[in-house]
Design a protein around this ligand. Structure first.
Ligand code: PLP
Length: 437
Protein backbone atom coordinates (compact mmCIF):
# COMPACT_ATOMS: atom_id res chain seq x y z
CA UNK A 1 0.00 0.00 0.00
CA UNK A 2 1.20 3.50 -0.83
CA UNK A 3 0.58 6.36 1.59
CA UNK A 4 0.63 10.08 0.83
CA UNK A 5 1.22 13.03 3.15
CA UNK A 6 -1.80 15.21 3.88
CA UNK A 7 0.48 18.26 3.60
CA UNK A 8 2.26 17.45 0.34
CA UNK A 9 0.36 14.86 -1.63
CA UNK A 10 3.40 14.23 -3.83
CA UNK A 11 5.29 12.86 -0.81
CA UNK A 12 4.65 9.12 -0.86
CA UNK A 13 5.74 6.25 1.37
CA UNK A 14 5.41 2.49 1.52
CA UNK A 15 4.03 0.73 4.58
CA UNK A 16 7.39 0.11 6.27
CA UNK A 17 8.49 3.74 5.93
CA UNK A 18 5.08 5.05 7.03
CA UNK A 19 4.96 2.99 10.23
CA UNK A 20 8.54 3.69 11.31
CA UNK A 21 8.45 7.38 10.43
CA UNK A 22 4.95 7.76 11.80
CA UNK A 23 4.87 11.34 10.52
CA UNK A 24 5.88 12.39 7.01
CA UNK A 25 8.86 14.82 6.95
CA UNK A 26 6.51 17.74 6.22
CA UNK A 27 4.63 17.11 9.48
CA UNK A 28 1.44 16.01 7.73
CA UNK A 29 -0.26 12.66 8.28
CA UNK A 30 -0.01 9.51 6.21
CA UNK A 31 -3.16 8.51 4.36
CA UNK A 32 -3.70 5.52 2.07
CA UNK A 33 -3.50 6.66 -1.53
CA UNK A 34 -6.08 4.16 -2.63
CA UNK A 35 -8.51 2.31 -0.37
CA UNK A 36 -9.47 -1.12 -1.69
CA UNK A 37 -12.85 -2.65 -0.86
CA UNK A 38 -13.48 -5.94 0.84
CA UNK A 39 -14.94 -8.41 -1.61
CA UNK A 40 -18.73 -8.65 -1.79
CA UNK A 41 -18.47 -12.39 -1.25
CA UNK A 42 -16.70 -11.81 2.07
CA UNK A 43 -19.24 -9.20 3.22
CA UNK A 44 -22.12 -11.49 2.24
CA UNK A 45 -20.73 -14.21 4.49
CA UNK A 46 -19.22 -12.05 7.24
CA UNK A 47 -21.74 -13.19 9.88
CA UNK A 48 -20.00 -16.59 9.79
CA UNK A 49 -16.49 -15.21 10.31
CA UNK A 50 -14.51 -14.98 13.54
CA UNK A 51 -12.83 -11.78 14.69
CA UNK A 52 -9.46 -13.11 13.55
CA UNK A 53 -10.77 -14.13 10.14
CA UNK A 54 -12.17 -10.64 9.68
CA UNK A 55 -8.89 -9.05 10.83
CA UNK A 56 -6.92 -11.20 8.39
CA UNK A 57 -9.20 -10.39 5.48
CA UNK A 58 -9.16 -6.62 6.15
CA UNK A 59 -5.37 -6.58 6.57
CA UNK A 60 -4.77 -8.71 3.52
CA UNK A 61 -7.08 -6.53 1.43
CA UNK A 62 -5.21 -3.37 2.49
CA UNK A 63 -1.64 -4.66 2.62
CA UNK A 64 -1.41 -7.32 -0.07
CA UNK A 65 1.51 -5.44 -1.68
CA UNK A 66 3.51 -5.55 1.55
CA UNK A 67 2.77 -8.88 3.23
CA UNK A 68 1.85 -12.34 2.09
CA UNK A 69 -1.38 -13.84 3.38
CA UNK A 70 0.66 -16.19 5.57
CA UNK A 71 2.58 -13.26 7.10
CA UNK A 72 -0.73 -11.53 7.81
CA UNK A 73 -2.05 -14.67 9.51
CA UNK A 74 1.06 -14.77 11.74
CA UNK A 75 0.81 -11.08 12.67
CA UNK A 76 -2.90 -11.35 13.53
CA UNK A 77 -2.32 -14.55 15.52
CA UNK A 78 0.43 -12.88 17.53
CA UNK A 79 -1.61 -9.71 18.12
CA UNK A 80 -5.04 -10.97 19.16
CA UNK A 81 -6.05 -13.32 21.91
CA UNK A 82 -9.12 -11.21 22.66
CA UNK A 83 -12.27 -10.19 20.79
CA UNK A 84 -14.81 -7.41 20.34
CA UNK A 85 -18.21 -8.69 21.52
CA UNK A 86 -21.48 -6.74 21.25
CA UNK A 87 -24.09 -6.83 24.02
CA UNK A 88 -27.75 -5.92 23.75
CA UNK A 89 -28.63 -3.01 26.02
CA UNK A 90 -32.25 -2.40 25.00
CA UNK A 91 -34.30 -2.49 21.85
CA UNK A 92 -32.11 -1.38 18.93
CA UNK A 93 -29.30 -0.36 21.28
CA UNK A 94 -26.09 -2.35 21.49
CA UNK A 95 -22.72 -1.76 23.07
CA UNK A 96 -19.52 -2.85 21.33
CA UNK A 97 -17.11 -3.83 24.11
CA UNK A 98 -13.54 -3.02 23.18
CA UNK A 99 -11.97 -3.57 26.59
CA UNK A 100 -11.20 -7.28 26.61
CA UNK A 101 -7.49 -6.88 25.78
CA UNK A 102 -4.47 -6.76 28.13
CA UNK A 103 -4.84 -3.08 29.18
CA UNK A 104 -8.65 -3.28 29.19
CA UNK A 105 -9.11 -0.41 26.74
CA UNK A 106 -9.76 -0.27 23.01
CA UNK A 107 -6.25 0.99 22.27
CA UNK A 108 -5.06 -2.61 22.69
CA UNK A 109 -6.42 -3.31 19.21
CA UNK A 110 -4.06 -0.78 17.65
CA UNK A 111 -1.08 -1.28 19.91
CA UNK A 112 -0.95 -5.07 19.62
CA UNK A 113 -1.16 -4.97 15.84
CA UNK A 114 1.49 -2.27 15.60
CA UNK A 115 3.88 -4.17 17.89
CA UNK A 116 3.44 -7.34 15.85
CA UNK A 117 3.91 -5.50 12.56
CA UNK A 118 6.96 -3.53 13.72
CA UNK A 119 8.68 -6.56 15.20
CA UNK A 120 8.10 -8.34 11.90
CA UNK A 121 9.92 -5.56 10.00
CA UNK A 122 12.66 -5.15 12.65
CA UNK A 123 13.50 -8.83 12.54
CA UNK A 124 13.90 -8.50 8.79
CA UNK A 125 16.31 -5.55 9.12
CA UNK A 126 18.02 -6.37 12.42
CA UNK A 127 17.50 -2.88 13.89
CA UNK A 128 17.03 -1.18 17.29
CA UNK A 129 14.04 1.07 17.76
CA UNK A 130 12.90 3.70 20.28
CA UNK A 131 9.17 4.24 20.54
CA UNK A 132 8.04 7.64 21.86
CA UNK A 133 4.42 8.00 22.85
CA UNK A 134 2.29 10.65 24.54
CA UNK A 135 -0.73 9.37 26.41
CA UNK A 136 -3.87 10.92 27.84
CA UNK A 137 -4.35 7.71 29.79
CA UNK A 138 -5.04 4.56 27.87
CA UNK A 139 -2.57 4.73 24.98
CA UNK A 140 0.36 4.31 27.33
CA UNK A 141 -1.02 1.20 28.98
CA UNK A 142 -1.85 -0.40 25.67
CA UNK A 143 1.51 0.49 24.13
CA UNK A 144 3.44 -0.62 27.21
CA UNK A 145 1.66 -3.98 27.18
CA UNK A 146 1.92 -4.29 23.42
CA UNK A 147 5.69 -3.71 23.30
CA UNK A 148 6.74 -5.03 26.72
CA UNK A 149 9.91 -7.11 26.36
CA UNK A 150 9.80 -7.05 22.56
CA UNK A 151 13.52 -7.45 21.68
CA UNK A 152 15.18 -4.47 19.99
CA UNK A 153 12.47 -1.98 21.02
CA UNK A 154 12.49 0.48 23.92
CA UNK A 155 9.38 2.45 24.83
CA UNK A 156 9.29 5.98 26.35
CA UNK A 157 5.85 7.06 27.54
CA UNK A 158 4.94 10.67 28.41
CA UNK A 159 1.85 11.29 30.52
CA UNK A 160 0.37 14.42 32.12
CA UNK A 161 1.04 14.41 35.87
CA UNK A 162 -2.11 14.05 37.96
CA UNK A 163 -4.37 13.77 34.95
CA UNK A 164 -4.62 10.00 34.56
CA UNK A 165 -6.34 7.55 36.90
CA UNK A 166 -4.41 5.47 39.47
CA UNK A 167 -4.89 2.32 37.45
CA UNK A 168 -3.83 4.02 34.23
CA UNK A 169 -0.72 5.37 35.92
CA UNK A 170 0.17 1.94 37.29
CA UNK A 171 -0.22 0.43 33.85
CA UNK A 172 2.43 2.86 32.57
CA UNK A 173 4.84 2.88 35.48
CA UNK A 174 5.11 -0.69 36.78
CA UNK A 175 6.39 -2.70 33.84
CA UNK A 176 10.02 -1.54 33.75
CA UNK A 177 12.46 -3.44 31.51
CA UNK A 178 12.22 -1.77 28.08
CA UNK A 179 9.43 0.61 29.16
CA UNK A 180 10.24 4.00 30.76
CA UNK A 181 7.53 6.38 32.00
CA UNK A 182 7.94 10.20 32.06
CA UNK A 183 5.58 12.15 34.29
CA UNK A 184 5.19 15.56 32.63
CA UNK A 185 4.21 18.69 34.51
CA UNK A 186 1.59 19.77 31.94
CA UNK A 187 -1.40 18.66 29.87
CA UNK A 188 -1.76 15.87 27.33
CA UNK A 189 -1.35 18.46 24.58
CA UNK A 190 2.03 19.40 26.10
CA UNK A 191 3.07 15.75 26.04
CA UNK A 192 1.95 15.40 22.46
CA UNK A 193 3.85 18.53 21.49
CA UNK A 194 7.08 17.25 23.05
CA UNK A 195 6.80 14.02 21.08
CA UNK A 196 6.04 15.83 17.84
CA UNK A 197 9.03 18.11 18.39
CA UNK A 198 11.32 15.15 19.03
CA UNK A 199 10.32 13.63 15.71
CA UNK A 200 11.19 16.87 13.93
CA UNK A 201 14.51 17.33 15.76
CA UNK A 202 17.43 16.70 13.42
CA UNK A 203 19.99 15.76 16.07
CA UNK A 204 17.72 13.22 17.75
CA UNK A 205 16.89 11.64 14.42
CA UNK A 206 20.55 11.39 13.49
CA UNK A 207 21.43 9.63 16.73
CA UNK A 208 18.40 7.44 17.31
CA UNK A 209 15.88 5.37 15.46
CA UNK A 210 12.62 6.98 16.64
CA UNK A 211 9.11 5.80 16.03
CA UNK A 212 5.72 6.82 17.36
CA UNK A 213 2.87 4.77 18.69
CA UNK A 214 0.26 7.51 18.90
CA UNK A 215 -2.97 7.27 17.00
CA UNK A 216 -1.28 9.26 14.23
CA UNK A 217 0.61 6.08 13.30
CA UNK A 218 -1.12 4.39 10.40
CA UNK A 219 -0.32 1.00 11.99
CA UNK A 220 -2.68 1.91 14.81
CA UNK A 221 -5.43 3.13 12.54
CA UNK A 222 -5.72 0.10 10.27
CA UNK A 223 -6.46 -2.49 13.00
CA UNK A 224 -9.08 -0.28 14.63
CA UNK A 225 -11.22 -0.85 11.55
CA UNK A 226 -11.46 -4.59 12.37
CA UNK A 227 -13.99 -4.24 15.16
CA UNK A 228 -16.40 -2.16 13.11
CA UNK A 229 -16.62 -5.07 10.70
CA UNK A 230 -16.84 -7.49 13.63
CA UNK A 231 -19.78 -5.53 15.08
CA UNK A 232 -21.49 -5.52 11.70
CA UNK A 233 -20.99 -9.29 11.46
CA UNK A 234 -22.72 -9.74 14.82
CA UNK A 235 -25.64 -7.40 14.16
CA UNK A 236 -26.25 -7.89 10.46
CA UNK A 237 -29.05 -10.39 11.01
CA UNK A 238 -31.17 -7.72 12.68
CA UNK A 239 -31.70 -6.39 9.17
CA UNK A 240 -31.61 -2.69 10.03
CA UNK A 241 -29.25 0.16 9.19
CA UNK A 242 -26.41 0.39 11.70
CA UNK A 243 -25.22 3.60 13.34
CA UNK A 244 -21.94 3.73 15.28
CA UNK A 245 -21.45 6.21 18.13
CA UNK A 246 -17.78 6.79 18.88
CA UNK A 247 -16.46 8.47 22.04
CA UNK A 248 -13.74 10.67 20.59
CA UNK A 249 -10.59 12.50 21.65
CA UNK A 250 -7.88 12.36 19.01
CA UNK A 251 -10.34 10.85 16.51
CA UNK A 252 -8.27 7.79 15.67
CA UNK A 253 -11.18 5.54 16.52
CA UNK A 254 -13.67 7.40 14.36
CA UNK A 255 -11.15 7.70 11.50
CA UNK A 256 -10.78 3.92 11.60
CA UNK A 257 -14.56 3.59 11.34
CA UNK A 258 -14.46 5.81 8.27
CA UNK A 259 -11.67 3.70 6.81
CA UNK A 260 -13.91 0.65 7.32
CA UNK A 261 -16.76 2.52 5.63
CA UNK A 262 -14.51 3.36 2.67
CA UNK A 263 -13.62 -0.34 2.47
CA UNK A 264 -17.28 -1.23 2.10
CA UNK A 265 -18.63 -1.47 5.66
CA UNK A 266 -22.39 -0.90 5.32
CA UNK A 267 -22.55 1.69 8.12
CA UNK A 268 -25.53 4.04 7.87
CA UNK A 269 -24.01 6.81 9.96
CA UNK A 270 -21.35 7.75 12.50
CA UNK A 271 -21.76 9.84 15.63
CA UNK A 272 -18.73 11.76 16.88
CA UNK A 273 -19.39 12.09 20.62
CA UNK A 274 -17.08 14.27 22.69
CA UNK A 275 -16.88 15.87 26.09
CA UNK A 276 -16.45 19.66 26.30
CA UNK A 277 -13.30 19.36 24.17
CA UNK A 278 -15.58 19.79 21.22
CA UNK A 279 -13.53 21.11 18.29
CA UNK A 280 -15.01 18.56 15.88
CA UNK A 281 -18.71 18.87 16.82
CA UNK A 282 -18.29 22.66 16.56
CA UNK A 283 -16.65 22.24 13.16
CA UNK A 284 -19.53 20.08 11.94
CA UNK A 285 -21.96 22.73 13.10
CA UNK A 286 -20.20 25.89 11.91
CA UNK A 287 -17.92 24.68 9.13
CA UNK A 288 -14.95 26.31 10.84
CA UNK A 289 -12.25 24.33 12.60
CA UNK A 290 -11.22 26.26 15.65
CA UNK A 291 -9.23 24.11 18.10
CA UNK A 292 -8.91 25.32 21.68
CA UNK A 293 -6.63 24.37 24.58
CA UNK A 294 -7.78 21.15 26.23
CA UNK A 295 -10.16 21.23 29.19
CA UNK A 296 -10.15 18.70 32.02
CA UNK A 297 -13.20 16.46 32.22
CA UNK A 298 -14.18 13.15 33.86
CA UNK A 299 -13.75 11.39 30.50
CA UNK A 300 -10.08 12.31 30.59
CA UNK A 301 -8.86 10.07 27.77
CA UNK A 302 -10.84 12.38 25.48
CA UNK A 303 -9.45 15.67 26.82
CA UNK A 304 -7.95 16.71 23.51
CA UNK A 305 -8.26 20.30 22.35
CA UNK A 306 -6.78 19.84 18.91
CA UNK A 307 -7.42 16.28 17.69
CA UNK A 308 -4.46 14.99 15.72
CA UNK A 309 -6.61 12.93 13.34
CA UNK A 310 -8.88 15.81 12.35
CA UNK A 311 -7.23 16.14 8.95
CA UNK A 312 -7.71 12.44 8.24
CA UNK A 313 -11.37 12.76 9.05
CA UNK A 314 -11.80 15.43 6.38
CA UNK A 315 -9.64 13.57 3.84
CA UNK A 316 -11.93 10.54 3.89
CA UNK A 317 -14.48 12.91 2.31
CA UNK A 318 -12.17 14.87 0.00
CA UNK A 319 -12.46 17.76 2.49
CA UNK A 320 -16.08 18.34 1.43
CA UNK A 321 -17.99 19.52 4.50
CA UNK A 322 -21.36 18.52 3.06
CA UNK A 323 -20.19 14.99 2.41
CA UNK A 324 -18.83 14.79 5.97
CA UNK A 325 -22.12 16.01 7.41
CA UNK A 326 -24.05 13.38 5.46
CA UNK A 327 -22.12 10.65 7.22
CA UNK A 328 -21.00 12.09 10.56
CA UNK A 329 -22.94 13.96 13.25
CA UNK A 330 -21.26 15.56 16.24
CA UNK A 331 -22.51 16.04 19.78
CA UNK A 332 -20.79 17.08 22.97
CA UNK A 333 -21.69 16.71 26.61
CA UNK A 334 -20.59 18.08 29.95
CA UNK A 335 -19.61 16.08 33.02
CA UNK A 336 -23.00 16.27 34.68
CA UNK A 337 -24.71 14.87 31.58
CA UNK A 338 -22.08 12.15 31.48
CA UNK A 339 -22.69 11.19 35.11
CA UNK A 340 -26.47 11.15 34.50
CA UNK A 341 -25.95 8.81 31.56
CA UNK A 342 -23.76 6.50 33.68
CA UNK A 343 -26.56 6.37 36.27
CA UNK A 344 -29.24 5.81 33.64
CA UNK A 345 -27.27 2.97 32.08
CA UNK A 346 -26.76 1.42 35.51
CA UNK A 347 -30.25 1.92 36.97
CA UNK A 348 -32.51 1.36 33.99
CA UNK A 349 -30.40 -0.83 31.75
CA UNK A 350 -28.15 -2.67 34.21
CA UNK A 351 -24.97 -1.74 32.42
CA UNK A 352 -21.94 -0.26 34.12
CA UNK A 353 -20.13 2.08 31.75
CA UNK A 354 -16.95 4.10 32.05
CA UNK A 355 -17.42 7.86 31.48
CA UNK A 356 -16.10 7.69 27.89
CA UNK A 357 -18.58 4.97 27.05
CA UNK A 358 -21.37 7.02 28.62
CA UNK A 359 -20.50 9.94 26.31
CA UNK A 360 -20.91 7.60 23.32
CA UNK A 361 -24.29 6.45 24.64
CA UNK A 362 -25.40 10.08 24.98
CA UNK A 363 -24.27 10.76 21.42
CA UNK A 364 -26.25 7.82 20.12
CA UNK A 365 -29.41 8.91 21.92
CA UNK A 366 -29.00 12.51 20.74
CA UNK A 367 -28.69 11.35 17.16
CA UNK A 368 -31.69 9.04 17.48
CA UNK A 369 -33.82 11.96 18.63
CA UNK A 370 -32.57 14.31 15.96
CA UNK A 371 -32.68 11.91 13.02
CA UNK A 372 -35.98 10.34 14.04
CA UNK A 373 -35.16 7.25 11.99
CA UNK A 374 -35.22 3.50 12.57
CA UNK A 375 -31.80 1.94 13.08
CA UNK A 376 -29.71 -0.29 15.28
CA UNK A 377 -27.39 1.91 17.31
CA UNK A 378 -24.03 0.68 18.51
CA UNK A 379 -22.10 2.72 21.04
CA UNK A 380 -18.44 1.85 21.45
CA UNK A 381 -17.26 1.03 24.95
CA UNK A 382 -13.64 2.10 24.96
CA UNK A 383 -12.58 1.10 28.48
CA UNK A 384 -13.55 -1.22 31.32
CA UNK A 385 -15.35 0.78 34.05
CA UNK A 386 -12.95 -0.50 36.73
CA UNK A 387 -10.15 1.52 35.08
CA UNK A 388 -11.96 4.57 36.47
CA UNK A 389 -13.11 2.93 39.66
CA UNK A 390 -13.18 5.96 42.00
CA UNK A 391 -15.24 8.02 39.60
CA UNK A 392 -17.59 5.18 38.67
CA UNK A 393 -18.23 4.13 42.28
CA UNK A 394 -18.74 7.68 43.41
CA UNK A 395 -21.16 8.38 40.54
CA UNK A 396 -23.17 5.18 40.92
CA UNK A 397 -23.07 5.11 44.73
CA UNK A 398 -22.08 1.46 44.82
CA UNK A 399 -18.94 -0.61 44.63
CA UNK A 400 -18.07 -2.39 41.42
CA UNK A 401 -16.06 -5.49 40.66
CA UNK A 402 -12.39 -5.10 39.79
CA UNK A 403 -10.99 -7.71 37.42
CA UNK A 404 -8.03 -9.62 38.85
CA UNK A 405 -5.66 -8.23 36.24
CA UNK A 406 -6.25 -4.69 37.50
CA UNK A 407 -6.22 -5.63 41.17
CA UNK A 408 -2.71 -7.07 40.92
CA UNK A 409 -1.44 -3.91 39.25
CA UNK A 410 -2.52 -1.63 42.06
CA UNK A 411 -0.22 -3.32 44.54
CA UNK A 412 2.91 -2.76 42.41
CA UNK A 413 5.26 0.23 43.03
CA UNK A 414 5.34 3.15 40.57
CA UNK A 415 8.56 4.14 38.76
CA UNK A 416 8.44 7.37 36.75
CA UNK A 417 10.82 10.24 35.93
CA UNK A 418 9.42 13.73 36.51
CA UNK A 419 9.82 16.19 33.67
CA UNK A 420 8.84 19.80 32.92
CA UNK A 421 7.06 20.50 29.66
CA UNK A 422 9.98 22.25 27.93
CA UNK A 423 11.65 20.53 25.04
CA UNK A 424 15.28 20.97 26.08
CA UNK A 425 15.00 18.90 29.24
CA UNK A 426 13.07 16.22 27.36
CA UNK A 427 15.74 16.11 24.68
CA UNK A 428 18.54 15.83 27.25
CA UNK A 429 16.79 12.96 28.91
CA UNK A 430 16.33 11.13 25.63
CA UNK A 431 19.99 11.57 24.79
CA UNK A 432 21.02 10.01 28.09
CA UNK A 433 18.54 7.11 28.10
CA UNK A 434 17.92 5.89 24.55
CA UNK A 435 19.91 3.24 22.74
CA UNK A 436 21.97 4.63 19.86
CA UNK A 437 21.60 3.72 16.25
C1 PLP B 1 -8.15 7.16 23.70
C2 PLP B 1 -9.52 6.96 24.25
C3 PLP B 1 -10.64 7.54 23.65
C4 PLP B 1 -10.51 8.44 22.45
O1 PLP B 1 -10.15 7.75 21.29
P1 PLP B 1 -9.55 8.56 20.03
O2 PLP B 1 -9.20 7.51 19.05
O3 PLP B 1 -8.38 9.34 20.52
O4 PLP B 1 -10.65 9.45 19.55
C5 PLP B 1 -11.88 7.25 24.18
N1 PLP B 1 -12.02 6.48 25.28
C6 PLP B 1 -10.98 5.92 25.89
C7 PLP B 1 -11.19 5.09 27.10
C8 PLP B 1 -9.69 6.14 25.40
O5 PLP B 1 -8.66 5.59 26.01
Amino acid sequence: MIFYSTKTSSHKAKLEEAIFRSLPPDNGLYMPEHIPSLSQAFLDDIQNKTFKEIAIEVTHTLLSDDLTRQEVVEIIDLAYDFEAPTQRISEDVYVLELFHGPSMAFKDFGARFMAALMSYFLKRNNKELNILVATSGDTGGAVAQGFFDVPGISVTILYPSGKVSDIQEKQLTTLGHNVQALEVDGTFDDCQKLVKEAFLDQELNERFNLASANSINIARLIPQSFYYFAAYAQLKQLGKPIVFAVPSGNFGNLSAGLLAFRMGLPAAHFVAATNKNNAVPRYLESGTYNPLPSIETISNAMDVGNPSNFVRLTRFFQEDLNLIREKVSGYYFDDSQTRDAMRELNDALEYIACPHTAVAYLGLEAYRKESNSDFVGVFLSTAHPAKFIDLVEQTLGKSIEVPERLQKLLSLPKTATKLSSDFISFKDLLISTLSKK
